[in-house]
Design a protein around this ligand. Structure first.
Ligand SMILES: [Zn+2]
Length: 329
């Protein structure tokens, strides 16, 4: 039997993004692990939101693993730190210009600061003709890890939509699709993954636990999930198939993201469910109390759903979302 040649080249480099007022060069770190055997191209991207740090470590751990156990074929590229300006002050945005880098794609060479950085990132990724792009994010402090699919209208090509769904199933994470109404409300059509799928490049967003700090448990989950994809593509030798535990009515289903119902009163929120719980339609999920401790409102689930995460603040006003839910369809 012919033995696969496991030679692989690992390279770390930089992509220049701007020259600072002190004439320092600002750069994005780029990582590349390339097998001598041609094959799929996978991009891992992290920290587009400067306060979402877990993804950086997941990428570092993947490359540590690849040094020990080389790729069987193909190439893994990574941008571990897409927003160094936000990272340095632990803030979501590029704080010089107060822009959300993940609402600036596909970018513009002559546009705003975020659009110029986005253009460099986007061009670097698309010119490699990727098989799939995994964009690593973090969200609330009390949350389950899950993978997000862009809303159906993002996909001009239904084949890419199906491809993305099959990648999402392989992540082993809870699967959630964003509703179309969020596209306009949150400028989602300018996110990295939305812009990629518009160009017929499969891309998914992985939400892997809390922002601000590195949670080792979530790093482990993220690494296993990325390895699932690399194994599926035949790029990495399979050891175990990872899947995050989720109970039966939600098992294997693509859930629909929702933050309804919002609070309709003001006060202090007490959650009566935990992230990861499966709740039935009509079941209480939170209560709002006034300053004297009197119950103002009980918030009930509108449909059967999985609790994805609880809001990072327990302050309620009329219209404040209190948690994120994955509706079981
Ligand atoms: Zn994010």
């Amino acid at each position: 039997m012919k033995k696969l040649n496991q030679a692989q080249k690992i390279e770390y480099s930089f992509l220049k993004i701007l020259t600072g007022s002190d004439l320092s060069q600002r750069k994005l770190p780029v990582m590349e692990a390339k097998s001598v055997n041609s094959g799929p191209v996978v991009w891992l991207t992290a920290c587009v939101h400067g306060d979402e740090l877990g993804g950086i470590v997941i990428i570092q751990e993947i490359f540590k693993l690849l040094k020990k156990k080389p790729l069987l074929k193909g190439t893994v590229y990574a941008f571990p730190l897409m927003n160094p300006i936000g990272f340095e002050t632990a803030s979501r945005h590029i704080n010089i210009s107060e822009e959300d880098l993940n609402r600036a794609f596909p970018g513009d060479k002559n546009g705003s600061l975020a659009e110029r950085i986005a253009e460099k990132i986007f061009t670097s990724i698309t010119k490699t003709n990727p098989t799939v792009v995994l964009d690593l994010h973090n969200d609330w402090s009390q949350t389950v890890p899950y993978v997000l699919i862009d809303p159906a209208p993002a996909f001009k090509n239904k084949e890419i939509y199906e491809k993305v769904k099959s990648f999402v199933k392989k992540t082993g994470l809870i699967m959630v699709e964003e509703p179309a109404k969020l596209v306009e409300e949150q400028d989602l059509n300018k996110s990295l993954t939305y812009s990629l799928v518009q160009k017929n490049i499969p891309a998914v967003t992985m939400e892997l636990g809390e922002s601000y700090v590195v949670n080792e448990k979530n790093v482990e989950i993220g690494v296993k999930s990325v390895l699932n994809i690399l194994s599926e593509l035949g790029m990495f030798e399979k050891t175990e198939d990872f899947s995050y535990p989720v109970a039966e009515p939600a098992l294997g289903k693509i859930l629909k993201y929702s933050s309804d119902p919002a609070s309709s009163t003001s006060g202090i929120v007490r959650f009566v469910v935990k992230a990861g719980d499966i709740v039935k339609k009509g079941q209480p999920i939170a209560k709002v109390y006034n300053a004297f401790g009197k119950t103002m409102e009980t918030i009930n689930a509108l449909q059967d759903c999985v609790i994805l995460g609880l809001s990072d603040t327990s302050v309620a006003f009329p219209g404040t979302p209190v948690m994120a839910l994955g509706i079981i369809q």
